[in-house]
Structure formats: structure tokens, C-alpha cells
Design a protein around this ligand. Structure first.
Ligand code: GDG
Length: 463
């Protein structure tokens, strides 16, 4: 088995266990099994005068290499090109793209530093796996430095159609850089189709049915590798009694009230304002729902230094206040809005005790919350997942109630349907969904990707 080298914007804490979530844990396990290296930013910003050399730490068979960024790198590479250009662009939000040439300069500079930091640690037969939109040009930088190893890339976010992608300056350079990878992993068939269309329209190359195409003297494989969760670990966490959640659940049961739950990073791609409006519309269209259901929305702070994130926070606070002002009674608050982070075990227990999982992103690579909500349900009395058709997860989770996140009335009607669904239908849907998330779990994502990268196989077909 070849040694694995993982590169991502941030390094995960390899000493932590399940608290940090499925992806990091799955990758860390794989690194431990094969031995390897994990390179990434440590989340700190240093003054230019400080030492910017990468720092290595040995944790068992894994070498962790962390790279500090300067404040300028952080502003241009991280807040700038990654999160004010690529993130909105790749989520189809051209209106929010804030392009500046210095951002692109910073992005290239930091990718070059990642490449410099990695080159001296590589062995001849390493497998290199690079993650996400922060590091699109990293394979190209490594190739320029003579790297011959197989390099894979996984894009965690959507890939937009060429009409959108081509709106950003230097889009051709971006995609040509991407083609320096040997394997390009995407979350959904829609994303793969978009890549195929770009390559045909702008680079005059054609992709074969099994995702292979020729680029110069190289063969590139592109494929769909839907990311999943560690189902058993999440089931176990959800089944474990959590006293605080239990007290709240009992109180709701006594009052005969149901709970709709939403959990997201506070990001404009997650469709939060229309989700809140849809909940208000439910109360408007079906007055009998008043006092019998509440929405708990957990919105975890993220990227608070980017203007668009400040705006969405203000909007949501105003909206939840307005809905509560309009509908609340002395003993019932319709929207419980939490701007904060909840421990993972409490989250699992909250999913289990909520009758509806409300997941309505405007665009999402996959959306792991949808899969976690399913894993957390009890078969005796499962809740219902209401899921946006624009989440990558919707390609697979067909037994969820699929909604249009731009259509507030459609979401309200489906919320009502979920809240009044008979037990046998809920159980049928839950059984099917559980099978689906088990089939495409964290381990199968990891193994399929690494097998494709290692053996240059075509990606396994999806059904
Ligand atoms: C990107 C792509 C893709 C959230 N709030 C809390 C908390 N979370 C956890 C959830 C879930 C994770 O964070 C969020 O994952 P998502 O997949 O929903 O979304 P992104 O963060 O946008 O992730 C996405 C993913 O990468 C993987 O490829 O699916 O499409 O955008 O695990 O449970 N966890 C805790 N407290 C919180 O308050 N503990």
C-alpha cells in the first residue's frame, strides 16, 4: 500500500477523535493505516517578520506539516480569492463575487508556498490527495517543481456550468491547472456534467463515457465520488442519552409539540432566509400548526470577516425576530434561532428528537447534515427529511421530500406534509434512506477515490 499525502487548507487535529466530524476522522484513519503526511494551514496568521517556515510534527505514523500564513496571505488567499471569488462563483452567486487582482496574486503565492513545503517531504511512490477550492492550482505548482507522483483532487463544493465559471477572470487558467491532477473527484453528476461541458466548450477536449479525457500528453480521470458519513458512529452518538436534550424533548412531548430542525454554517449558500420565510408561511397557510410546531435553527458562525456573511447574519436576526414578533404567544416561540456552535453529541440527539430535518441550501456540494439527520432517526418513530433539490445529496436521497429552496410555498406545503405523514410511510422512507447512506458512506467514498487514484481505474458507476 502506498503512503498517503493529504493536503487541505486547514489541517485537522489528528489527536482528536469523533468530536471533529466524519471527514477528518476518516482521512486521519486512512493516514494512520497507510502512514503518511497531512499538510495544511494551522489557522494562525503571522507577521511577515516572523518565521514562515513549515513546522513538522510526528503523530504516530503520520507527519503533520503546518504552514502559517501572513495577514496579507490570509486576506488575499483565504478571505479574498478563496472565499470572496471562488466560493460564491462555485455556488452560482455571481452577484457576490468580489474579484481583485491582488486576491489572485495571493492565491497563487500561497499555492506556490504549499508546493514548496510539500516537495521536500515527498517519496517517489506517494499518493497525493489534495482537497478543495483553496488549492485548485496546487498540482500545477507541484508539476512545475518536477513532481511525478499521482495526484488526486476532491472538490467538496459544486462546480458551476461554463456560463458561470467563465465569468471570472483567468477561468481558463484555473481549469487548465485542475487538469494537472490525475483524478478529479466531484460530488455529483451535475458537477461532472458541468466540467465536461467546460472542457468541451473552452478547451476543445472530449470526455469519454467513463470520465477519461486526454489533456496534452496526460490522461485525466474525472468522476463522481459522493461524500458520506460514518453512519455507525453517528447512530451510536444519536442513541446515547443526552440529558439536556431529553429534558427539552419531554417538555415538548407533554405540550404535544413537534420540532423542525435546521443546522448549517451561517452561509448564504444554505438558503436560510427563505427557510425561515417558509416556516412562517407554514404558520400562515395552516393555522392549526400554530403552537404545535417550532423551528430550531442552529447557524454556526463562519467567515465573519467577509462582508456577505455580516449581511446574512443581520438579515437572519431581523427575520427570526419578525416571525417571533408576529406569531409568538406567552408560552410558545415559533423560531428558536441559535447563532452559535452546539456540541456534536447534542446535535445528534437534537436530530433524533426532531420530527423534520429541514435542509434547503440554494446550492450545496453534498450536505452532510441531511445524511446525519437520517442516521439519527429511530426506526420506531422516524422523522422526515425535507431536502433541497440543489443539494448534491438530492441526487441520491430520493425518498426525502424534495423541494425547491426558492419556492417558499412549496417548502411550506412539504413541511406540512412531513408533519402529518403517517408512520408507515415515514418508516418506508427511512428504511430506504438509511440503506442509501450506508451504501455511500465515508469509507466507500475514501476507498473508491483512493482505488481510482492508485490503480488509475475508472470511478465505480453510480446507480
Ligand atoms: C462542505 C460543502 C459538503 C454544523 N454546525 C455544527 C456542526 N456542524 C457540522 C454538521 C456537518 C458539518 O458541520 C457541515 O457539513 P455540510 O456538508 O452540511 O456543509 P459544509 O460545511 O458547507 O461543507 C458540503 C462538505 O463540505 C463535505 O464534502 O457536503 O456541500 O459545502 O457535519 O453536523 N457540528 C457541531 N456543531 C455545530 O454547531 N458539532
Amino acid at each position: 500500500m502506498r503512503r498517503l499525502v493529504v493536503v487541505s487548507n486547514r489541517v485537522a487535529d489528528l489527536t482528536k477523535s469523533s468530536q471533529s466530524g466524519g471527514l477528518a476522522v476518516g482521512l486521519a484513519d486512512s493516514l494512520r493505516q497507510r502512514g503518511g503526511v497531512w499538510l495544511g494551514w494551522d489557522g494562525k496568521t503571522a507577521d511577515t517578520s516572523e518565521n514562515l517556515e513549515p513546522v513538522s510534527k510526528q503523530i504516530g505514523d503520520v507527519t503533520q506539516i503546518v504552514l502559517p500564513l501572513t495577514r496579507q496571505d490570509y486576506e488575499e488567499y483565504y478571505l479574498g480569492f478563496s472565499n470572496s471569488v471562488l466560493w460564491p462563483l462555485f455556488h452560482y452567486r455571481l452577484d457576490l463575487v468580489d474579484y481583485k487582482t491582488v486576491y489572485l496574486d495571493g492565491y497563487r503565492r500561497v499555492n506556490a508556498r504549499f508546493a514548496d513545503a510539500l516537495m521536500s517531504s515527498l517519496r517517489e511512490d506517494d499518493l497525493i490527495w489534495i482537497h478543495d477550492y483553496h488549492l485548485l492550482p496546487l498540482a500545477a505548482e507541484l508539476r512545475q517543481r518536477g513532481c511525478k507522483q499521482r495526484i488526486g483532487f476532491f472538490l467538496h463544493i459544486p462546480l458551476p456550468p461554463p456560463e458561470i465559471l467563465s465569468a471570472v477572470p483567468r477561468h481558463r487558467w484555473l481549469v487548465e491547472s485542475l487538469l494537472q491532477f490525475d483524478v478529479i473527484g466531484l460530488q455529483s453528476q451535475t458537477d461532472l456534467n458541468n466540467l465536461q461541458h467546460y472542457v468541451e466548450q473552452h478547451l476543445s477536449s472530449t470526455m469519454t463515457g467513463d470520465g477519461r479525457f486526454q489533456w496534452g500528453d496526460r490522461e485525466v480521470i474525472a468522476g463522481v465520488f459522493p461524500i458520506g458519513i460514518d453512519v455507525d458512529a453517528f447512530v451510536e452518538m444519536a442513541e446515547r442519552p443526552n440529558d439536556e436534550v431529553l429534558i427539552e424533548t419531554r417538555r415538548r412531548e407533554i405540550l404535544g409539540r413537534r420540532q423542525v430542525i435546521g443546522v448549517d454554517r451561517l452561509d448564504y449558500s444554505k438558503g436560510l432566509p427563505d427557510r425561515l420565510r417558509a416556516f412562517a408561511r407554514l404558520l400562515e397557510l395552516y393555522p392549526e400548526m400554530r403552537k404545535s410546531v417550532a423551528l430550531m435553527q442552529i447557524a454556526t458562525p463562519t467567515r465573519e470577516e467577509v462582508e456577505a456573511y455580516v449581511e446574512i447574519r443581520t438579515e437572519l436576526e431581523a427575520l427570526s425576530g419578525a416571525i417571533n414578533g408576529r406569531f409568538a404567544d406567552f408560552n410558545w416561540t415559533p423560531v428558536h434561532y441559535i447563532h452559535g456552535t452546539v456540541p456534536r453529541d447534542a446535535l445528534a440527539a437534537l436530530f433524533r428528537s426532531s420530527q423534520v430535518g429541514f435542509v434547503t441550501p440554494l446550492r450545496d456540494g453534498m450536505n452532510l447534515v441531511a445524511k446525519e439527520y437520517i442516521a439519527a432517526q429511530s426506526m420506531d418513530n422516524p422523522g422526515v427529511l425535507v431536502l433541497s433539490k440543489f443539494a448534491g445529496a438530492a441526487e441520491d436521497l430520493r425518498e426525502a421530500l424534495i423541494v425547491n429552496p426558492y419556492d417558499v410555498d412549496d417548502m411550506a406545503r412539504n413541511l406540512c406534509r412531513a408533519l402529518t405523514m403517517p408512520l408507515d410511510e415515514r418508516q418506508d422512507r427511512q428504511r430506504a434512506l438509511m440503506e442509501r447512506i450506508r451504501k455511500r458512506d465515508n469509507a466507500s467514498w475514501l476507498n473508491n477515490f483512493l482505488a481510482t487514484l492508485e490503480h488509475s481505474k475508472s470511478p465505480p458507476p453510480l446507480d
